[in-house]
Write a protein that binds this ligand. Structure first.
Ligand code: GDP
Ligand code: MG
Length: 370
């Protein structure tokens, strides 16, 4: 199933062809009902319409998650996963560093920071929060385009001595498109030129009505420099997380999303993954994208060895057969034969796609959205 016409997909989904064309247009793909779209685009579209994806012809060989929903009673509260977005130089990195500095565990352990693409803090109150350490809408959009919706909450950073800038607007649009709740952090509160009210008014033009303007989007004044407002920001993240009722089943084979991956000269392929559900353990056999592997070791963002990783914990995994792509799903399977079967099937599919299909419309969609 490399490509499908829009009409055929509409028939299968029992939707109107014209509605699909409209939705595709919004995604930046210009086609008529009689033209074909590739599988990735089709999958995105199916998701957009809230249908489940069942790739019938692949289900024998590949891993099909569509029927695999965890029972209500197995679900437990999991920490929120937060992404920070905003315009360049508005203070994303500074805020991420300042928030990392509030981690009580890091304080105790002496705090050797490992930059693995994500980190988790324990608040004074004992709550856990995971931050994706790759700020910017590109990482967010790329992951989303690859079907990975790992972000639960977006913090929109706006410098209070500046204003809404092009990347601020883009971040707003991406967040809205993803349907992810937003908390507005008006940063650089220590600066004399700071005018947070002006920012709140500007946000109205983008239909973001913050609490201070009697809306329901939480906003907070912060300074990464002095630490002012950080506690309040953390409180608001926890409040938002509570409203979202984030839950996952920790007692099952793990499923995780690749946040970052690279080839290390000494250690070989490394991937930072975020556990979506289940618990990833040392020794687990898995498939990730077109690669298979076995968890040789795991480290957290403090460089500590981890034996098992529960939902929402970011860990660096050693033991991959190759370097996966960010946004790929890591799935634990029962044995090595199964892992190899799925991985090699996916490799064949990927090769076939490269040689037969037109340039991936994923790229087009991506640039259209930028
Ligand atoms: P990014 O591009 O969004 O990651 O922004 P950075 O975190 O790199 O910050 C850009 C500049 O703003 C740097 O020079 C920071 O030192 C400065 N900055 C960031 N946050 C604050 C703040 O809260 N107060 C002050 N005074 N400067 C800040
Ligand atoms: Mg930065």
């Amino acid at each position: 199933p490399e490509a499908i016409t829009v009409q055929e997909l509409a028939n299968r989904m029992a939707e109107k062809g014209a509605d699909l064309v409209k939705a595709l247009f919004k995604m930046g793909v210009m086609v008529t009902v009689n033209q074909t779209i590739d599988q990735d685009t089709a999958e995105l579209l199916v998701e957009e319409f809230g249908h489940n994806i069942t790739l019938v012809s692949e289900s024998d060989v590949d891993i099909d998650h569509s029927a695999d929903v965890d029972a209500e009673e197995t679900l437990q509260t999991r920490p929120p996963v937060v992404t920070i977005m905003g315009h360049v130089d508005h203070g994303k990195t500074s805020l991420l560093d300042a928030l990392r500095g509030t981690d009580v565990v890091r304080g105790e352990a002496g705090g050797i920071t490992q930059h693995i693409g994500a980190y988790q803090i324990k608040t004074k109150g004992g709550d856990l929060i995971t931050f994706l350490d790759t700020p910017g809408h590109e990482a967010f959009t790329e992951m989303r385009m690859r079907g990975a919706n790992v972000t639960d909450i977006v913090i929109l950073v706006v410098a209070g001595d500046d204003g809404l800038m092009p990347q601020t607007i883009e971040a707003i649009n991406h967040t809205k498109a993803a349907g992810v709740p937003m908390i507005v952090a008006i940063t650089k509160a220590d600066k004399p030129e700071y005018k947070s009210q002006k920012i709140r008014e500007r946000l109205l033009e983008h239909e973001i009505v913050v609490e201070q303007m009697s809306g329901d989007v939480q906003d907070v004044e912060v300074s990464a420099k002095t630490g002012a407002g950080l506690d309040e920001l953390i409180e608001k993240i926890l409040l938002q997380a509570e409203l979202l009722e984030l839950r996952a089943n920790p007692d099952r084979s793990a499923e995780a999303t690749v946040v970052e991956a690279k080839l290390d000269k000494g250690k070989g392929p490394l991937a930072t993954v975020l556990i979506n559900r289940g618990t990833l353990k040392v020794g687990d056999i898995f498939v990730v994208g077109t690669q298979s592997g076995r968890v040789r070791a795991m480290h957290d963002d403090k460089g500590r060895q981890i034996k098992s990783a529960p939902p929402s914990l970011p860990v660096e995994v050693l033991g991959l057969g190759g370097v996966p792509m960010s946004g790929d799903t890591l799935t634990v399977v029962e044995n090595e034969a199964r892992a190899r079967e799925v991985a090699s099937y996916r490799q064949e599919q990927a090769t076939a796609k490269r040689t037969t299909a037109a340039p991936a419309s994923l790229e087009n969609m991506f640039s259209a959205l930028k």
